[in-house]
Ligand binder design. Structure first.
Ligand SMILES: *Cc1c(COP(=O)(O)O)cnc(C)c1O
Length: 401
């Protein structure tokens, strides 16, 4: 086959994405190499997926071992790897039952269906309203994309599922006026990721939890991005004053292998009786074997303490950079999920900044329209963080001129 280049993307693939101008050849730890041999420092970790960096040795060993034993087995049979992940995962959470899927979208789809079914069983068909928040992101199936309520992602695909209400995030007064006995579920991200790294206010969450209880509505936390150590605790809800009824996870759980999970109580899980929901690949033994390794690694107390330390370090360094360059107005986030909001003068230049970083060998993400997003591997070193910041500073100064 001829040597492929980035240009081939445009005549082979759906044009849903516009990837950077290179082809990735290989990656290890926090570094990525393209087909020209250029090396990049990676602050994106596959969009908060590669919690242990690229191709971690421990994961490669597990893949080798498990792939020689059992790669796939339908859900007509149970297997040790899938059950093993459930047994390891649940004790580190406030939940009693888990359903495995293949992605964040699929986890949210299942969570929303479960919430609707629970209300249907317990209260009847009229209790069907889902409340979600502006600038949220819950995935790309038609149900999850309609729930997230960014019209530009859900318009033009025909009739939308009904009984979904969108209101502003962190606005308890509006929430109070909106929730009713018709509400079956409220879904939110404890830190909005794609929306711009916007943490939920503790007081807002307390109010939401109380009103959900009063109206028998289930509170769903979408922790697809915030979970699995990303925010410096195993799940982000641990840092909030509330516990949700249903939690969804995905991204980091498979350290690069596709897996997602829905967690809840025994009582709520019981509403998914045999035949109500399913997934051919969900609970895949290979992904679950790697998931076990991820849980074992991340739940060592020193690991998450280190994530919190590095998160604080990166935030402090970004604040210094904000003062020096006057291009960043706010630095926010939890653990190693950090956003730097650009000053008005730079707002239109977010993707230019991203491209210049790329040119200088640093991969970063954007969130919202004007927020630089940092989501490196959780085991990145302080040295590597500093190396990236040197490049970012140079880029911000170049943009200024
Ligand atoms: C990435 C993401 C999703 C979608 O996950 P996929 O694995 O792409 O389906 C859903 N919710 C949040 C908060 C996310 O960050």
């Amino acid at each position: 086959m001829k040597q492929l280049t980035r240009k081939d993307f445009d005549h082979l693939m759906f044009p849903t994405y516009v990837p950077m101008d290179m082809l990735i050849k290989k990656a290890h730890g926090c570094y990525v190499w393209d087909t020209e041999g250029k090396r990049y420092l990676d602050f994106t970790a596959g969009i908060a997926v590669l919690c242990l960096g690229h191709t971690p040795d421990g994961v490669l060993k597990i893949i080798k071992k498990q792939s020689a034993k059992l790669l796939h087995c339908s859900n007509i049979f149970a297997n040790e790897s899938t059950l093993g992940l459930a047994a390891k995962l649940l004790p580190h959470t406030a939940f009693e039952r888990v359903f495995f899927v293949n992605s964040g979208t699929e986890a949210n789809e299942a969570a929303l269906k479960l919430a609707r079914r629970t209300a249907f069983d317990d209260y009847g068909a009229q209790k069907d309203e889902i409340i979600a928040f502006s600038h949220s992101f819950h995935g790309r199936t038609f149900f999850s994309v309609c729930v997230a309520g960014q019209d530009q992602y859900s318009d033009g695909f025909g009739p939308k599922p009904g009984a979904i209400t969108h209101i502003p995030f962190n606005d308890l007064e509006t929430f109070k006026k909106t929730i009713s006995d018709k509400t079956c579920a409220v879904i939110l991200e404890p830190v909005q990721g794609e929306g711009g790294i916007i943490p939920a206010d503790p007081e807002f969450l307390k109010g939401v939890r109380k009103l959900c209880d009063e109206h028998h509505a289930l509170l769903i936390f979408d922790e697809v991005q915030t979970g699995i150590g990303r925010c410096g605790t195993f799940f982000c809800y641990e840092q909030t004053p509330v516990v949700p009824d249903i939690l969804t996870a995905a991204k980091g759980l498979g350290s690069g292998l596709p897996i997602g999970a829905v967690l809840t109580s025994e009582k709520i899980a019981a509403h998914f009786s045999p035949g109500t929901h399913g997934s051919t690949f969900g609970g895949n033994p290979l992904a679950c074997a790697v998931g076990q390794y991820v849980v074992d690694t991340l739940t060592k107390p020193a690991f998450l303490q280190d994530v919190r330390d590095k998160g604080e370090f990166l935030r402090a360094e970004l604040k210094k950079l904000a003062q020096e360059t006057r291009s960043i107005t706010e630095v926010r986030g939890r653990g190693l999920l950090i956003g730097a909001e650009l000053d008005d003068a730079y707002k239109a230049k977010a993707s230019e900044i991203q491209k210049l970083c790329f040119k200088h060998g640093l991969l970063i993400l954007l969130a919202g329209h004007d927020v630089l997003r940092f989501a490196p591997a959780l085991n990145i070193s302080k040295d590597q963080l500093l190396q990236g910041l040197v490049i970012l500073k140079q880029v911000l100064n170049e943009i200024k001129q």
